[in-house]
Design a protein. Sequence first.
Lengths: 255, 327
Amino acid sequence: MTTRDVTDTDVLLEASGVSLAFGSVQALRDVSLTLRSGEITALVGDNGAGKSTLVRCICGIHRPDEGSFVFDGRPVAFASPQEARDAGIETVHQNLALVEDLTVWQNLFLNREIARGFGPLALLDRRAMKARAAEMVAELAVNVPAVTARVRRLSGGQRQAVAICRAAGFSSTLVIMDEPTAALGVQETGRVEALISRLRADGHAVLLISHNFDQVLRLADQVWVMRAGRCVAGRRVAQTTGAEIVALITGAQAA
Amino acid sequence: MSESVTAPATSTRAAVLGGWLRDGGFWADWAAAVGLVVLVVVFQAANPTFLSSGNVRSMLVASAILVVLSVGQTFVVLTGGIDLSVASAMTFGAVLFGFGISHGWGIGWGGVLAVLGGALVGVVNGMLVGNGRITDFVVTLGSLSAASGLALVIADGKPVTVVSVPLLKLSTGGIGIIGWSVLVAAVIAVLAHLVLFRTRWGTHVFAAGGSPEAATATGISVPAIKIAVYTVCGVLAGLAAILLVARVGAAEPAANTSFLLNSVAAVVLGGVSLVGGRGSVLGPVLGALLLTALANGLTLLGVSPFYQPVAVGTVVVLAALLTRFRR
């Protein structure tokens, strides 16, 4: 169905024949695609093409009606986001999922807090978490003020950086980002793009949903195009152009 | 691309203090402490017996029950909810306590019954709010009515006089100016602070209140947190019931409406955000002390008790006004 020129052993995630309907609305139709480790894979398509739904299937929010996923060589069927997280798939949602009234380090360690002691008597090891949070932020050269600052006081780009930092930490292998620069200014977009490239350099695979074709051509290694619930084409970024991607999205060019 | 943002370490201490004083958020967070100091100064100037050891002692004892209820209310408000049934749960617990004692269960098992009764109200509240997805306000308004009704049914509308030496000691004995009931309240407040700020679960309470979506996305079960905080509030209402029966010397199926209003007032005065996600334990404790000092001081000055609710209402609305200036 799709031009699959990715046939090597580096495949990290493979979706085969994924379909999902919400009532009478067929959100995904027989979607098959692959993601390679150590690469940035872009997912593009018009609004309502099914990008977010596919991502929500991958990260355990939805379960597909048909089809299967193979992650890291093992067939997987995540029943919850927590299971996907445990398997090493982290998602940076569009709303970032940060708690504004908590500090940067508390958000980085949310539901992964380091505690010492047993069961309900375990007390938080705040010093260790702050130190580790400062390391995580420094490793990714994130432009965040002190890790003890409340998220409420951060700019949009800084918040994005914190969310990406959280996804990249804790030995995740795949980081999914849903339009990470949609709400950012030019300068902050540049910083976040540098951060995404850095994730790849550090060995993470990245699945990037984006509406910005320049960004896709700048950052991604592979791009998959979705239209009306189908994955209609896949291209190596080095061998395609912005015009071709636009044509594939609108349907002006058949795959 | 790294751009280190300088921390406010460069500014002097005085400038920092000045910044706080001009910042409305500071006043909202510390409204209870500032208000308490102002009240103490004013009442002491007007009547020197206000700070006599005897009066301080009786004020602390009088505040113990409200402190316990306010700490419970704090857990619920931190998740963005409100427990209107907290005083009714206490009444329910008090009546069960009296029921247990009059049926020969003794203080110990009677106390366990009171706490279990409070916990039951809390669990039901939590399940309806968390799993039933009904608004906190409506659920606890319903259980306010149901719990006080059940209290009347169990007590058959009549108070049970409880004569017990240990309970008398609990309400009148103590170390110096610190009564036993005050010590109980203080221990509960310290434990609550530890749980909220030093445990994983405490962090999750703040997360569930600050952003339920973010909490859910990181795998925290918001309904489970809701059930837990209402249960904590119910258990504390049960403990408050024991203190109440010890203080009154009887288990009455009375409405105790002022305890409900004052527990919410103490939480607001204590700088806990009513939308959830932000607050402390010390704040509501100071708020409860302030409300008790206010009532005590007005009584000492010979002001008619009819004016007390007016004063409480004014103070609370002023405190709520301050929270508008919070960042």
